[in-house]
Design a protein around this ligand. Structure first.
Ligand code: URA
Length: 202
């Protein structure tokens, strides 16, 4: 299949009914941001505001994410922000493994289009997309190398150019419910900022 553009992906997603969550949601929510972003943030699923507006991370968790990005000198327009699940689960319940599986091709296509160098899974659902055995409690704030992400570019799976860094961070919404995690999020963003800075000079 020829590579799609983000607007084409958006058009296709609007028609998609491959996940039963479409029945209770207002609309599907694709990621948004810089199509050439080096850094891609991935959350869990749209919440109420995202469902209403058709955009990712525009509610309270999104406001906190904007603030956290600001602490390391980044704006939304610099990065790409998306979710594992494309429709809001009712009452913001956890998405089921089946729903995550059904939505996975969309996220994979977004990654294939953006080709980020660093992926930041926000919380356990996004982290589970990349590492099934690593818990967010254990892995947050620690960069992991993932190889073989872009083999379709004709590079060997062991080639460094084919590897990306996955930098897990707690979900910003978790800190809104559990104040104790707030500092962990600031600390992890500080570590992410340092990591991105050091990458530039390599
Ligand atoms: N939480 C998420 O995981 N994603 C959003 O887009 C908003 C809140």
């Amino acid at each position: 299949m020829p590579a799609l553009t983000l607007p084409e992906l958006q058009t296709q997603l609007r028609e998609w009914k491959g996940c039963a969550l479409y029945k209770t949601a207002t609309q599907a929510v694709l990621g948004e941001g810089n199509p050439q972003a080096e850094v891609m943030f991935i959350g869990e699923a749209p919440g109420q505001k995202e469902d209403e507006q058709g955009r990712p991370f525009v509610g309270p968790a999104g406001q906190f994410l904007d603030e956290l990005l600001g602490t390391i000198g980044l704006k939304r327009a610099d990065v790409y922000i998306s979710n594992v699940v494309k429709y809001r689960p009712p009452q913001n319940r956890d998405p089921t493994p089946e729903e995550k599986e059904q939505c996975m091709p969309w996220l994979k296509q977004e990654i294939a289009i953006i080709k980020p160098k660093v992926i930041v899974p926000l919380g356990r659902h996004a982290l589970g997309h990349f590492f099934t055995k690593l818990s967010i409690t254990e892995g947050h704030g620690k960069p992991q190398i993932l190889r073989g992400v872009y083999p379709e570019q004709g590079r060997g799976a062991q080639d460094d150019k084919d590897s990306i860094t996955v930098f897990p961070i707690y979900h910003p919404a978790a800190a809104l419910h559990n104040g104790g995690l707030r500092q962990a999020l600031y600390d992890d963003f500080k570590a992410l900022g340092k990591f991105l800075e050091e990458r530039k000079t390599r």
